[in-house]
Design a protein around this ligand. Structure first.
Ligand SMILES: [Fe+2]
Length: 222
């Protein structure tokens, strides 16, 4: 059996897919939303788009230079998708804000339009992430060894302030398998400063529910 390669895309994409799937559910009934619920939907759209924009920035800053070295044409194709998606994210923010401000006469129509735009972006993001996981990983794996990819991931993570990193942890862990959560938490306990590890473990305890109960006995000695 071959050892799996270091995958810079799939773990974070699992979190984003879960976030976007939930958002698609959130906007499903937007055309019937009350004023209070419209504001909640606005907040959820904004939160999801914040994660998407930040994620694209991380990829542009840390993965794109690696991809340019590995496969310049693919690097340009993926970067072009980021450039194309960004204005659609801006438009989602504007539409969600307008929806939240809408009066009773226009809320249903604006909600339907917001739902359609959110679903279109979710579909585009799913296709894009899949291309990165299949073609991006293949190019990176051909060109770099795992040590280089681990260094790339470490540089990316070092760019994220701890409070924001904890927000990423909060969306990543519930999207991962028990084994993946355990591996991440053991690595954190083994390598991160104790205060950082404690903060990440506190988030894990909050967001994992039954998975935390299953994991925690095995992490006590980590
Ligand atoms: Fe991307």
């Amino acid at each position: 059996m071959t050892t799996p390669r270091v995958d810079l895309y799939t773990p974070i994409h699992k979190a984003l897919r879960r976030l976007l799937s939930t958002l698609a559910d959130d906007v499903a009934g937007a055309d019937r939303a009350s004023a209070d619920h419209a504001e909640t939907i606005h907040a959820r759209v904004t939160r999801a788009v914040d994660f998407l924009d930040e994620h694209a920035h991380h990829e542009d800053r840390h993965l794109e230079p690696r991809l340019i070295a590995a496969d310049p044409d693919l690097a340009e194709a993926l970067a072009a998708t980021h450039r194309a998606l960004h204005p659609r994210h801006v438009a989602l923010r504007v539409r969600a804000a307008a929806f939240a401000r809408a009066g009773d006469a226009t809320r249903a129509a604006l909600g339907a339009a917001l739902r359609d735009d959110v679903l279109a972006v979710v579909e585009a993001q799913f296709l894009h992430m899949r291309q990165e996981e299949v073609e991006g990983n293949a190019a990176l794996w051909r060109a770099f060894d795992d040590d280089a990819l681990i260094a790339t991931r470490a540089a990316l993570q070092a760019d994220i302030p701890l409070p924001r990193y904890l927000e990423w942890v909060a969306i990543m862990l519930p999207a991962w398998s028990t084994d993946e959560c355990g591996a991440m938490l053991r690595a954190v306990r083994g390598a991160a400063p104790p205060a950082v590890a404690d903060a990440i473990f506190a988030v894990a305890r909050d967001v994992l529910g039954p998975t935390w109960a299953e994991l925690s006995p095995h992490l006590a000695a980590a």
